[in-house]
Design a protein around this ligand. Structure first.
Ligand code: SF4
Length: 312
């Protein structure tokens, strides 16, 4: 990841993942990768819904009970219902978070307050399903539906982690672009520079966005920008597979056809083939392509975030 950015990306995170002792038993759930490695590139904004809504540390453990689509937050032994307290606190906290310029949130998995998905929900007989979402996480995603979100467990998988990082960097570029005013011209440029990145996730999304931008003269900027970011962030959730990336890399060669020497083209094709057969990581063909971008300076490729996805 590129260090030395002027302003770090701001990410919300469940406080216990940073090692804060805010869990019901007074403990924490430190994730060293998040705090020590990802933390070099982002400024975290920690949130502990249960401690911050006044339940204290330590406190009685809670669980979700009832309808998985609208569960109640109930203490395990004394059966006190904290649903309304949590919802009312969350509503105020989310208003505050609107000012924080967040580019996403990392939730603690499994928590009845912070879990993003697959949280246990119990029925009256004590049997359970894993179809719940923690109350704060639900409120956050309802308030900020396009924000990139993930839970800590999923971020242990390379492909999901890479996907999340790509989404937060893209969202950060979007925020910066949008903060200087919404114009059709800026959207056209933003879209042009993200085309290959989008293609590596979803051809269908790229087609939708191409159409949206082409017809953009007919929509008001607020609606246009809203539809664009919603479609973009939805499409970026689809993983960029080896097959999709290989397609993009082969597509890029087309921009160099007239300038690469025979040996250079042969080397590039060999490197892409080694990537396709999973002998080397994506960074190898991307590094070689960046070298050719610097050498031959093809205009279209110089601005493409696909080759430098962690750029502001
Ligand atoms: S999971 Fe959420 S509510 Fe529980 S300790 Fe961590 S931040 Fe607090």
């Amino acid at each position: 990841m590129a260090e030395g950015r002027m302003k770090k990306i701001r990410l919300g995170i469940s406080s216990c993942l940073l090692g804060e002792k805010v869990r019901y038993d007074g403990g924490h759930k430190l994730d060293s990768f998040l705090r020590d490695r990802l933390g070099r590139y982002v400024d975290f904004v920690p949130v502990c819904p249960e401690a911050e809504c006044g339940l204290g540390v330590p406190r009685e453990a809670m669980r979700l009970v009832g309808d998985p689509r609208a569960p109640r937050l109930i203490t395990r032994n004394t059966l006190i219902d904290h649903t309304e307290r949590m919802k009312s606190w969350a509503s105020k906290r989310l208003r505050g978070l609107e000012q924080e310029e967040l580019c996403g949130f990392i939730f603690k998995s499994g928590s009845p307050s912070s879990g993003m998905m697959g949280v246990k929900v119990y029925d009256k007989t004590g049997s359970r399903t894993r179809k719940g979402t923690g109350l704060f996480a639900r409120a956050f995603m309802d308030r900020f539906p396009v924000f990139p979100v993930e839970d800590d467990c999923r971020l242990h998988y390379d492909s999901l982690r890479e996907n999340f990082i790509e989404r937060i960097f893209t969202f950060d570029r979007w925020r910066r672009m949008e903060s200087s005013g919404r114009t059709r011209g800026k959207l056209v440029e933003f879209h042009a520079r993200h085309k290959l990145l989008i293609l590596s996730h979803s051809r269908k999304t790229l087609t939708k966005l191409d159409t949206l931008v082409a017809l953009s003269g007919k929509e008001r900027p607020a609606e246009l920008y809203g539809s664009y970011i919603e479609t973009l962030m939805d499409g970026l959730k689809l993983l960029a597979t080896v097959k999709k990336n290989t397609g993009v890399l082969m597509h890029i060669i087309g921009y160099f056809k007239k300038v690469l020497s025979g040996d250079e083209e042969k080397e590039l094709l060999e490197v892409i083939e080694r990537y396709r057969t999973e002998q080397i990581p994506l960074v190898v063909p991307v590094t070689l392509l960046n070298h050719y971008v610097r050498k031959y300076r093809p205009e279209y490729m110089q601005g493409q975030y696909y080759l430098d996805r962690r750029r502001s």
